[in-house]
Each structure stands twice: as structure tokens, then as C-alpha cells.
Design a protein. Sequence first.
Length: 128
Amino acid sequence: MSEWKKICLVTDIPVLGARRVARERGIDVAVFRNDQDGVFALLDRCPHKGGPLSQGIVFGSSVACPLHNWTIDLEGGCARAPDEGCTPKFSVSVSDGVVHLDANELATLALDLTRPVAGPAGKELASA
């Protein structure tokens, strides 16, 4: 049985936008809201180059990555064809307008993933 952690109100998430949820360890989680008040949660990392999905544009049940415009399905976390790759999804519960995420998933899911470092610093780290 899941232990749910209260995150925010649905109305705290912009329509067609997202809100980031910080974790003690690992990359933040992005909680999205579409124009039908559907709420979805994904790791805030595009499977392509690690772009912050929370800064993307939500349309329908998808989000466009702000870096290279990959379309990521909000329900499953996978890129739409012809692109390939997935980002981890998190379980969401909405009750009486309050958004909850699974506390165990927040503490354990995708802790091994990192956000790529871009630019010259990324090259120096790769060669070190």
C-alpha cells in the first residue's frame, strides 16, 4: 500500500505548465497540469539530453522539452516516435483538489540518474 506525500493543490500548478518538487537525493520531479486538470509526474529530465521538462510546454497529455522540442508522453514518460527513450514516471493521487505523490517512489526512484553538464565544464568533467 502506498504512503502518499502531500505536494500542493492542483490550482498551485499552472494550467499547461509544471511545478518542480525537490527531493533529498536525486533529480527533482516535475508535476504537470494539462487543460483538463489532469495531473502527471515525471522525473524533471528529458531522456534525450537531460533538459528540464518542467520548463516545457504542456499540450494534451504531452510536454515538449524546451531544449530540442522532443515530445514526451506525460502518462508513460516515453518520447513520441520517431524519437526514442523514456524518463521515469511517478504515481500521482489527486483527492479533493490536493496532489499527492508516492513517498516511497520519491525516496527511491531514479536516484542513479544525473543531469548532463553542458558546455566546457561538461567536457572537462568527462575527461577527468
